[in-house]
Design a protein around this ligand. Structure first.
Ligand SMILES: [Zn+2]
Length: 156
């Protein structure tokens, strides 16, 4: 056996999980190989330390409780995912419908979308109307400006 194979099987050797032939070959190798022998001693130290500690067992219903919690959490996540998927698809469908109706029948986007979205769109159209007024407000303000005064400030 090569060192690599010995090192891979050391834990199985310590746990007495090898057949007699493998055990014999490992023991023979450890007698002649200082590198593997050193590794074996270190690993055996860890095994002895761990086996000297008492085994702590979880309560009897531990697995059941954990599994129940997982089920509850995954159900909640599923419901959330379904809601997001459902509404996401609905909004995409509504958007597509508006686009199709708008391009094929020439209805105004606002009319159709307000029909579909109702309240949210009424808020949107209020914002749109405000935005539409901006250019006229700007041009009115522009006309009222006293350019003589502006020139005065520029020269100063
Ligand atoms: Zn070796």
């Amino acid at each position: 056996m090569e060192c690599k194979e010995i090192l891979e099987k050391l834990d199985m050797y310590l746990e007495n999980r090898l057949n007699d032939i493998e055990k014999y070959r490992i023991e023979k190798h450890l007698e002649v190989c200082s590198k593997c022998s050193k590794e074996y001693k270190e690993l055996k130290g860890v095994f002895d330390l761990l086996s000297s500690h008492p085994v702590v067992l979880p309560p009897e219903d531990f697995t059941e409780k954990v599994m129940n919690q997982i089920k509850i959490k995954s159900k909640a996540n599923n419901i959330r995912t379904i809601i997001i998927k459902k509404w996401g698809i609905s909004f995409v469908a509504a958007g597509l419908l508006i686009f199709v109706l708008n391009t094929s029948f020439g209805y105004s986007t606002e009319d159709i979308s307000s029909y579909i979205y109702e309240k949210p769109l009424s808020i949107n159209s209020q914002i749109t109307n405000c935005l539409k007024e901006i250019p006229s407000v700007v041009s009115r303000t522009y006309k009222k400006l006293d350019f003589k005064q502006i020139k005065f400030f520029k020269n100063k």
